[in-house]
Design a protein around this ligand. Structure first.
Ligand code: AMP
Ligand code: TRP
Length: 329
C-alpha cells in the first residue's frame, strides 16, 4: 500500500481553505493509502503563540481531523512533538539545506517584505523541519495546498542531494496538489489566500463558525459587476473562487456545468447555493465535533498514533545517523 503523509499547523482555527486544499484529500485517500496525518505543533511556534489558546487549538485540530472524517482505525493521526525524532532529523536536515535555498522560500520572503519585525530563526529554517517531517516516514505522496508545494520540492532537492552523498537513504516523495481548490482565496479580498491570519475575519470561513456567520460571509463575498457566473480567475476572481468552493463541495462539479446551472441567474442565487453547500458541510462537521469532545477519542487517537509513528521514525532516524557516521554502536 502506498503511503501518504501531511500535516497542518494548529495556528488558530482550521478553515475552509484547509479543508478543501488538504483535509478532505486525507479523508478521501485513507481507504486506498496508508495515510499519516499529523498536527504540526513545532511549526506553529515559529510565530508567537498564547499557550492557553495553543493548547485549545491543538485539541480542536485533532477533533476536527476526526470530525472531517479521518478514521483513526485507518489513518495514523499524531502530534508532531510526541515523536521526538522530528526535531532531531530536523536539525540534521537543517545542516544539509543551503541558506540560498531557504532564501528562495516565498512564505518567509513575504513576511520579510511586509517589514514584519523580530521574525524568528525557526520561521526561516522551518522548511528543513518540514523535510524531516516528511522523510521520516518515506511517503510516496504529500497532499498539500498550492502554497506548500515549494516546500515539498525543497524536501526532494535536499533528499536527492543526501542520497548522492550518503547512498540511497530516502525515498523521494511527490507533492500532490489538486487541480481544483488548492488555493482558496479570501472572500473579502480574492487577491489574497484564505488564511488564519485574516485580520478582518470576513474573508475566512472557520470550520467552527456558526452557520449564520458562515452564510453571511458567503453572501457578502466580493464579486464583480459582470453579472454572470463564469470561470475566469483573472477578470472574475471573486466569482471564480466561489466556483472553486462550490465545485469542491459538490463532487468536483465541472465549471462548465456550474456556469450552465446559474445561466441567466444573478449572483444572489449563486451565492445562496454556495452558502447552502458550505453550511451543510459545517453542520455535519460541527455535529461530529461536539460528539467527539466528550468521547475520550482524542486522547486515544493521539496515544495510538504516536506509538505507530514513533516505531517508524525511530528506525529511519537511526538509519540516517548511521549513514552520516554519527553513531558508535
Ligand atoms: P496551514 O494552515 O498553513 O498549516 O495549512 C495546512 C494545509 O492546508 C496545507 O496543505 C496548505 O497548503 C492548505 N491550505 C492552507 N490554506 C489554504 C487555502 N486558502 N486554500 C487551499 N489550501 C490551503
Ligand atoms: N508547513 C505546512 C503548512 O504550513 C504544515 C506541514 C508541516 C506539513 N510539516 C509538513 C505539510 C509535512 C505536509 C508535510 O501548511
Amino acid at each position: 500500500m502506498k503511503r501518504m503523509l501531511s500535516g497542518i499547523k494548529p495556528t488558530g482555527q482550521l478553515h475552509l481553505g484547509n479543508y478543501i486544499g488538504a483535509l478532505r484529500h486525507f479523508v478521501e485517500y485513507q481507504d486506498e493509502y496508508d495515510v499519516f496525518a499529523f498536527i504540526a505543533n513545532l511549526h506553529c511556534i515559529t510565530v508567537p503563540q498564547d499557550p492557553k489558546e495553543l493548547k485549545k487549538n491543538l485539541r480542536d485540530c485533532v477533533a476536527l481531523y476526526l470530525a472531517c472524517g479521518l478514521d483513526p482505525e485507518k489513518a495514523t493521526i499524531f502530534l508532531q512533538t510526541d515523536v521526538k525524532e522530528h526535531a532531531q532529523l530536523g536539525y540534521i536536515m537543517n545542516c544539509h539545506t543551503y541558506m540560498g535555498e531557504l532564501n528562495r522560500m516565498t512564505q518567509f520572503k513575504d513576511k520579510q517584505s511586509k517589514g514584519e519585525k523580530n521574525l524568528s530563526g525557526g520561521l526561516y529554517t522551518y522548511p528543513a523541519l518540514m523535510a524531516a517531517d516528511i522523510l521520516l516516514y518515506s511517503p510516496d505522496y504529500v497532499p498539500v495546498g498550492e502554497d506548500q508545494k515549494q516546500h515539498v520540492e525543497l524536501t526532494r532537492d535536499v533528499a536527492i542531494r543526501m542520497n548522492h552523498r550518503y547512498g540511497d537513504l530516502f525515498k523521494i516523495p511527490e507533492p500532490l496538489v489538486a487541480k481544483v481548490g488548492a488555493r482558496i482565496m479570501s472572500l473579502s479580498d480574492p487577491s489574497k489566500k484564505m488564511s488564519k491570519s485574516d485580520a478582518t475575519n470576513k474573508g475566512c470561513i472557520y470550520l467552527l463558525d456558526d452557520l449564520k456567520t458562515a452564510r453571511k460571509k458567503v453572501m457578502s463575498a466580493v464579486t464583480d459587476n459582470l453579472a454572470h457566473v463564469h470561470y475566469d480567475p483573472e477578470n472574475q476572481p471573486g466569482v471564480s473562487n466561489l466556483m472553486q468552493i462550490y465545485s469542491s463541495l459538490n463532487h468536483e462539479k465541472p465549471f462548465a456545468d456550474i456556469e450552465k446551472e446559474f445561466d441567466g441567474k444573478g449572483y444572489g442565487d449563486f451565492k445562496k447555493a454556495v452558502a447552502d453547500s458550505v453550511c451543510a458541510l459545517l453542520e455535519e462537521i460541527q455535529r461530529k465535533y461536539n460528539e467527539i469532545q466528550t468521547s475520550g477519542i482524542i486522547e486515544k487517537t493521539l496515544t495510538d498514533g504516536a506509538a505507530k509513528a514513533r516505531a517508524i521514525a525511530e528506525k529511519e532516524l537511526d538509519k540516517v545517523q548511521e549513514a552520516i557516521g554519527m553513531e558508535i554502536i
